[in-house]
Ligand binder design. Structure first.
Ligand SMILES: [Zn+2]
Length: 332
């Protein structure tokens, strides 16, 4: 083979737009300088990268320009970017992670067709309310893995979350992070909504891009997933907080939702965010979160700690284990 691994790495980045961290995560552990001289090791390196990153194996050989396996089946919501350059990288990466992830847990119960009220009831049987931890535990229990991506296929982290499918299985991949669980709980509940409502094409993905709170023109599926999320989290698909009295401080709001939340079986942080949504008083709602939770922990740490514990690593190849651990920011 004419090119050595370093040259190939540069060509791969240039041709696909993949980040250095994504390529590094997919780079096999066994690779060494000594392997560079071996044509069979060079070939194995390229096939390994192709498997991990969803590249067309034919395009990684010789001096071709690596390309993703052609696939435009994924649905993108609020997408702004270069369709031809960005979408193949995100879709391929998401599908590849999903294919490995679903092997690590058996499916106990499919979520497709599951009404929000039924899922909420089953969670409330053993919990006070439906918060992030309760959602994560439920997803792993039914066999829908959920992971927070610490490695992104493209330089700008423009993704919020995605619901993905491999064969008859589903997974949820989170991209946006928060120091408080409530915002991420809503994202997770929204993605559950996409899966349960049958929005995710079999073997493909639905990607919610991050629109930074700027209202988007929402399609029917987005509205349906939002209603599903709201019903799952609060019991009412149209849940709205009515503001009584004049403005309140963040501390007062925290006090009120800490009292009313458990009573209504709504996680207090979720209730504070509902207040922000209803009133537009986001600084108050955000400030309240600081009083509601004892300490601020990045949600990704919580999500991936649970994933590490729930995954059956013995079901994964060394190659997949190495790649997934890198993608989830876990020590190798
Ligand atoms: Zn969505």
């Amino acid at each position: 083979m004419a090119n050595n691994a370093d040259e190939f790495r540069i060509r791969l980045a240039k041709s696909t737009g993949l980040t250095d961290s994504a390529i590094r995560a997919a780079w096999p552990e066994w690779w060494s300088e000594a392997a560079d001289a071996s044509p069979s090791a060079q070939a194995e390196l390229r096939f390994s990268l192709a498997r991990n990153l969803g590249l067309d194996p034919v395009t990684v050989l010789d001096d071709q320009f690596p390309k993703f396996i052609w696939d435009d089946s994924a649905k993108y919501k609020s997408f702004k970017g270069d369709d031809e350059r960005d979408k193949p990288a995100i879709t391929a990466f998401g599908k590849s992670v999903t294919r490995m992830l679903v092997k690590s847990v058996a499916q106990a119960r499919p979520l497709v067709g599951m009404p929000a009220s039924q899922l909420r009831q089953s969670i409330l049987r053993n919990n006070q309310y439906v918060g992030l931890i309760e959602l994560l535990a439920t997803l792993w229990a039914v066999g829908v893995p959920v992971l927070h991506l610490r490695v992104f296929p493209l330089p700008a982290k423009r993704m919020s979350a995605m619901a993905t499918s491999f064969q008859d299985r589903h997974a949820i991949l989170l991209a946006k992070d928060s120091t408080y669980p409530a915002a991420i709980a809503f994202n997770v509940a929204h993605e559950i909504g996409h899966i349960a409502c049958g929005h995710v094409t079999a073997g493909s993905a639905l990607i919610d891009m991050d629109h930074d709170g700027v209202p988007q023109e929402q399609d029917g599926e987005e509205l349906e997933a939002d209603k599903y999320a709201l019903e799952l989290l609060t019991g009412d698909p149209e849940f709205q907080i009515e503001k009584q009295g004049q403005g309140r401080s963040a501390r007062d709001l925290a006090k009120q939702v800490l009292a009313a939340g458990p009573e209504m079986r709504i996680e207090p942080g979720t209730m504070a965010l509902c207040y922000g949504f209803a009133t537009g008083e986001w600084p108050t709602a955000q400030g309240a979160l600081g009083h509601i939770y004892d300490n601020a922990i990045p949600a990704w740490e919580v999500v991936n700690k649970i994933a590490m514990q729930q995954m059956d690593w013995t079901k994964l190849s060394d190659e997949s284990t190495h790649f997934l651990k890198a993608v989830m920011g876990a020590p190798a």
